[in-house]
Design a protein around this ligand. Structure first.
Ligand SMILES: [Zn+2]
Length: 357
């Protein structure tokens, strides 16, 4: 309700235009590009391994369809690789970008799109987190710290279950854990709304919740090597990313459990995957929030995602350190951790009670 008389609210939302999910849909890449009226020259942003797995297939298909394709191989999501891809796009006079690979290739393409204004198509070869369709990119600073920045969402998403099922199962399990972890992010958002009067979106909240609950429900049938499992995960992952596009922030999918994961990235980088860390964080934060943390733990176990420090490849001490540091990672984001965060003893108690250590 507008209490001041003048109605001044404005909200801009950017969404993908075309989403194609399912068996063999990568074969339709050229048709989708044509329907989106992309220009003649295109750039493929990929890695050398993912090029072999899926990139070459798309490259040949696009060339046969009359497109002039260039390609650039990039590594992790740092400024050097972003600059390299932007440079390649300018040199090729590209009119569009095809991102083919895991999260880093897609995040780099989001940044290329943001810097050059070019549309891009997200063609994931694995689904390790919910970033394949969001308007946020996770990049690394010069110091190696993780940073989430606003970027351009993909114009189209082509999620081919036949390709994605070939990625190591650990990636898919991590993607599930990332989406399940929306449940604690949503509780944190609700606290922030009630305690700080923070801007809130009921539709983003509902969509993010739907994503997490769909994966929880599908947990018993998400298994390695089954293409159906990829199908059960893809739609919620896309919906989860879309909830960020609606909210215009990562709030619906990132709360205290993500701060725990970010703290681990800073203190012990490279040990576990983002989604795996968020899943374990979600078990503990749900306990703090007074919710059904056992249900989260059981779903993660069923899927085969880590639920303990040892399964993350971390020591008990590492987990406690990250719990204590978590509230300092993103100070402006109000969560159950509050301004003061957890004391060392409280962190030990929490990790022990939830069986994480
Ligand atoms: Zn995440």
């Amino acid at each position: 309700m507008d209490m001041d008389g003048d109605f001044l609210k404005v909200r801009a939302m950017n969404f993908p235009r075309s989403i194609m999910l399912g068996h063999g849909v990568i074969q339709q890449t050229a048709d989708i590009c044509r329907s989106l009226l992309f220009g003649h020259e295109g750039l493929i942003v990929t890695g050398s391994q993912t090029y072999e797995a899926a990139g070459k297939l798309v490259d040949d298909q696009m060339t046969d369809a009359g497109y002039a394709m260039s390609k650039v191989f990039v590594g992790s999501t740092d400024q050097d690789n972003i600059d390299k891809a932007v440079e390649a796009a300018r040199k090729a006079d590209a009119k569009f970008v095809l991102a083919i690979g895991g999260g880093s290739k897609i995040d780099i393409s989001k940044m290329v799109s943001k810097e050059t204004g070019l549309p891009f198509v997200s063609i994931p070869t694995s689904v390790a987190h919910d970033g394949i369709c969001s308007d946020r990119a996770s990049i690394k600073t010069k110091e190696g710290a993780p940073l989430t920045v606003s970027a351009t969402p993909p114009t189209a998403i082509i999620g081919d279950t036949e390709i994605i099922v070939k990625a190591p199962y650990r990636y898919l399990a991590s993607g599930c854990a990332d989406v399940i972890s929306n449940l604690t992010a949503l509780n944190d958002w609700d606290f922030a709304r009630k305690i700080r009067d923070e801007e809130f979106s009921s539709s983003a909240y509902a969509l993010s919740k739907y994503s997490a609950e769909s994966i929880m429900k599908a947990a018993p049938v998400i298994r390695p090597g089954m293409e159906e499992s990829v199908w059960y995960v893809l739609k919620p992952v896309v919906a989860s990313g879309t909830s960020m596009c609606i909210a215009g922030t990562s709030r619906p999918t990132s709360g205290s459990e993500h701060m725990f994961s970010h703290a681990l990235d800073l203190l012990h980088p490279g040990k576990a995957m983002h989604g795996e860390q968020c899943g374990v964080g979600c078990i503990m934060m749900m306990h703090l929030q007074g919710g059904n943390w056992k249900q989260i733990r059981d779903a993660l176990k069923q899927i085969g995602a880590p639920t303990t420090a040892a399964e993350l490849g971390l020591s008990d001490e590492d987990v406690v350190d990250a719990l204590v540091a978590a509230n300092k990672v993103r100070k402006e984001r109000f969560t159950i951790l509050g301004d003061t965060g957890l004391s060392r003893n409280a962190a030990i108690n929490l990790a022990r009670t939830t069986g994480v250590i």
